[in-house]
Design a protein around this ligand. Structure first.
Ligand SMILES: [Zn+2]
Length: 447
């Protein structure tokens, strides 16, 4: 890393961890408005696509989805890099599992999308340094922060993901012993290296952490990380408990995707949106404003512009504010993708109503008898369900639990069908609940 970038990393670490403080949400929002304005004034004119919108307020800019972002990729970045070149470079890196190559000095990568076209990201060296500083500020507990700054030994990080990127290895330095564990090779083959390293910080998708927790509980993975962080998948309540017990701590979360670093768990254990760097407009899903789809403007990125990007996630707001003082909105949970929401017509009224992933999970966990791991797939008015033990009794109990939820919401029950349980491989994102096809109707009512 160049000296300038090292200094930038340090500056953003200090800024994020200690310097950015606000007297309440209103003061924060005024500050954020100024940051967004400066971002729009400085960087929109540099992008061929956004040049036409220069001088306009954020609310006048188009809301973009993944398709639009890919369609206008060439014009939405300020580096003049085309989608074909970026995709080819990123695919090469994935094929060879050598994630070091760059394209004209830029880091390129693909999102690990579960379906549809994969997102492409483009990050300049100074953005990498900034990202690394913010990331360290957000993830290191006090003892590890002290070690990073003045300790004799490096902070040891073990990082499991489906694809590495130069972005992540920016964290590697004399101060940080960063090891990437490629999930293409499964989980268990990494155990010896993990035991040898004895990581202070363990970062992995929730389902992988659950597997590591199982090994730890069985005594075959003797490690004592000081912090365990879930990424890339929904952290479900049962996994959270299991992982927490195995390692004797509360599991933290990083809400990070191709479109930016969107959220993190604070020292009080509450998930906050990273609004000091990302502007997030809530697109409310219900009248009571408990759930929303985030529309993201990342005013800290200047190469690939992320402006009013509608992310297909459902976020649930936390009702009680957090006492830690962070200005970012407190989030109860990242519930899942928009297509993890299942839909049914009302028993009496017309139109479809939504059943959100956490409602379904809650219904399953509160079933009278403990149920094994499961999958639910909606195909119109048929719900295909699978249970890990394949037992008829488990299947019936799962269907009954869902039935009770559906009755409580006064919805028309679907036909429950059995499907075989297929556990996802380590390199595939786990999704328990999925809407493949909604029932045919034109109206929607959000519950
Ligand atoms: Zn907090």
């Amino acid at each position: 890393m160049k000296l300038a970038d090292t200094l930038r990393l340090g500056a953003y670490l200090a800024r994020t961890r200690w310097l950015l403080r606000f007297r309440g949400r209103a003061a924060f929002e005024r500050w954020q408005q100024r940051q967004v304005r400066r971002f729009l004034d400085t960087h929109l004119p540099r992008s061929p696509y956004y040049r036409q919108y220069a001088g306009q307020p954020l609310s006048a800019l188009p809301v973009i989805d993944k398709q639009a972002m890919l369609a206008h990729f060439d014009g939405m970045n300020t580096a003049g890099i085309g989608l074909d070149d970026a995709t080819r470079a990123a695919l090469d890196a994935e094929m060879t599992r050598d994630f070091a190559p760059e394209l004209r000095g830029m880091t390129v990568g693909l999102s690990s999308g579960t379906q549809g076209p994969r997102g492409v990201f483009l990050v300049a060296p100074e953005e990498r340094a900034r990202w690394a500083g913010i990331m360290m500020a957000r993830t290191l507990p006090a003892a590890l922060m002290r070690r990073l700054l003045i300790g004799r030994r490096p902070v040891k990080v073990a990082f499991f993901l489906r694809a590495n990127s130069n972005l992540y290895s920016t964290l590697k330095s004399r101060r940080v012993d960063f090891r990437f564990h490629d999930l293409v090779q499964g989980v268990d083959s990494h155990l010896p290296a993990l035991i040898e390293q004895q990581p202070d910080l363990l970062v992995a998708p929730a389902s992988i952490l659950a597997r590591l927790a199982q090994h730890a509980a069985n005594g075959v993975l003797p490690i004592r990380p000081q912090r365990v962080i879930s990424v890339a998948e929904v952290l479900e309540a049962d996994d959270r408990v299991r992982i927490g017990q195995a390692f004797g701590l509360d599991v933290h979360q990083l809400y990070q995707c191709t479109e930016g670093f969107l959220g993190y768990t604070c020292e009080e254990g509450v998930l906050h949106l990273n609004e000091e760097y990302v502007h997030i407009e809530p697109e409310w899903l219900d009248r009571e404003k408990t759930r929303f789809v985030p529309i993201v403007t990342d005013f800290s990125r200047t190469t690939q512009l992320i402006v009013r990007y509608r992310l297909g996630d459902v976020l649930r707001v936390r009702s009680a504010p957090c006492t830690c003082g962070a200005p970012g909105r407190a989030i109860e949970a990242v519930e899942g993708r928009c297509d993890d929401v299942l839909w049914l017509p009302g028993a009496r009224q017309a139109g479809l109503s939504a059943l959100y992933p956490d409602m379904l999970r809650q219904a399953v966990t509160s079933a009278p008898a403990a149920l094994p791991d499961y999958r639910i797939e909606q195909h119109g008015m048929a719900w295909r369900i699978a249970v890990a033990d394949g037992a008829q009794a488990s299947h019936a109990a799962l269907a009954a639990a869902l039935q009770r939820l559906i009755a409580r919401h006064e919805l028309r029950p679907p036909a429950f069908q059995r499907m075989p349980f297929v556990d996802s491989d380590a390199h595939v994102k786990r999704r328990r609940i999925r809407c493949v096809q909604r029932p045919a109707t034109s109206q929607e009512n959000h519950a």
